[in-house]
Design a protein around this ligand. Structure first.
Ligand code: CP3
Length: 355
């Protein structure tokens, strides 16, 4: 409630809440289409490689001052409408009892994956979020360093995508171990997903409490499931997770290759649904209905082409959005290593100047 004699809420403007990104999350009109890019602080950027040359990846995630530097540098250099916390979806697995390593050239490795139902009992519930305190310290430091009107997005891996890593022990093409586990023992699967939901809800709410203005769930690999399997093995867990999150903070529900799952993802929850380039934005939005915002959906590989091609494709996406409130421009998946930075800058410029 406003204290007596304070200016009316409608006349007192909060530059953060009024930012194009947060307005779009709430499906309010914006002066420009907001844009940010998944993996905007990453190996394609020389400033990131310079910091990364000095410290291994996990250490970079665990040193709040360095995580702050790469987060803020990327957002400011690109001129985007939101910053995303520098971290990784797999960090939460450590306090749950998984031994995580990022080995050079091979990506993430989990040395003690879940392979049998009995292994699920070894997965520790997250009693408190203290072991991930370095993440919340980074959120506070980033919030303090960012321009006061630039929102900060916190994030976590969605339980299905985390379960894939926990069971496969690393990246995978077909997820045969994870899916076989799911089919063989649905109650052990539900127990594992339940623990991941509990831990992820606590982790995301703590990021919001530390100063993140929005929260994104990365369900990067869920597009590998049939609609029937999504409904049975994932939807109830995602719905429970969304219901546990701070309702005052907008949420972005992201997945890739989810063209056949969009209605189910919408049913599970999220203020914004992430779309990849395999769907047409206008058709996808029609299927989702106007009660939700959308984020996407340029193919990250387009950023390797010419500025003219990038501009043409960005304008096509903006035409599909047709100025409807609630479109956040993004790629359909993260920026790839080797992407020319100038092309990323050209994209941000064309999105801001075309709307
Ligand atoms: O978007 C951002 O700028 C924030 C930072 C961020 C990272 N990872 C940093 C990172 C975010 C949001 C993630 C999420 C993440 N991590 C996902 C979901 C997003 C997606 O792409 O689908 C996944 C699946 C992971 C797991 C992960 N982390 C893998 C498979 C790898 C190795 C492959 C790769 O791209 O290098 C990582 C490492 C990683 N996470 C890097 C970065 C910048 C590269 C590490 C390095 O510096 O060598």
């Amino acid at each position: 409630m406003n204290p007596p004699n304070s200016p009316d809420r409608t006349t007192l403007r909060d530059p953060l809440a009024d930012s194009p990104f947060l307005r779009a999350c709430r499906r309010e009109p914006t002066p420009v289409t907001p844009i940010w890019l998944m993996r905007q602080a990453g190996r394609y950027m020389p400033e990131y490689r310079e910091v990364r040359a000095r410290v291994p990846f996990l250490e970079l995630c665990k040193r709040p001052e360095l995580a702050t530097e790469v987060t803020v540098t990327a957002a400011e250099r690109l001129g985007v409408d939101a910053a995303i916390l520098f971290a990784d979806i797999l960090l939460i697995l450590e306090p749950l009892g998984f031994q995580l390593e990022f080995s050079r050239g091979e990506g993430p490795v989990i040395h003690n994956p879940v392979r049998a139902a009995a292994d699920v009992d070894r997965v520790r519930p997250l009693e408190n979020t203290e072991p991930l305190d370095y993440v919340f310290q980074a959120v506070r430091a980033i919030r303090a360093a960012l321009r006061s009107d630039l929102p900060l997005i916190g994030f976590a891996g969605a339980p299905f995508t985390l379960a894939c890593y926990a069971i496969e022990g690393g990246s995978s093409r077909h997820y045969e171990k994870a899916k076989t586990f799911m089919y063989a023992d649905p109650s052990a699967w539900d127990a594992l997903m339940g623990r991941l939901v509990d831990a992820t809800a606590a982790y995301l709410n703590a990021q919001a409490a530390a100063g993140a203005q929005a929260l994104q769930l990365f369900d990067s690999w869920v597009g590998n499931l049939s609609p029937a399997d999504y409904r049975r093995f994932v939807l109830p867990h995602m719905a429970r997770l969304f219901s546990r999150l701070d309702p005052s903070v907008p949420t972005i529900h992201f997945g890739t290759d989810t063209g056949s799952l969009l209605e189910l993802q919408r049913e599970a929850g999220g203020s914004v649904i992430g779309l990849d380039w395999r769907v047409e934005l206008d058709q996808a939005w029609r299927r989702l209905g106007d009660g939700v915002a959308v984020q996407g959906n340029l193919d990250p590989v387009v950023l390797f082409s010419s500025p003219d091609e990038i501009a043409a494709q960005a304008r096509r996406i903006l035409r599909e959005a047709a100025g409807r409130p609630g479109h956040i421009f993004n790629l359909g998946h993260g920026i790839l290593p080797g992407t020319p930075v100038d092309n990323v800058l050209a994209l941000v410029d064309v999105v801001h100047s075309s709307t």
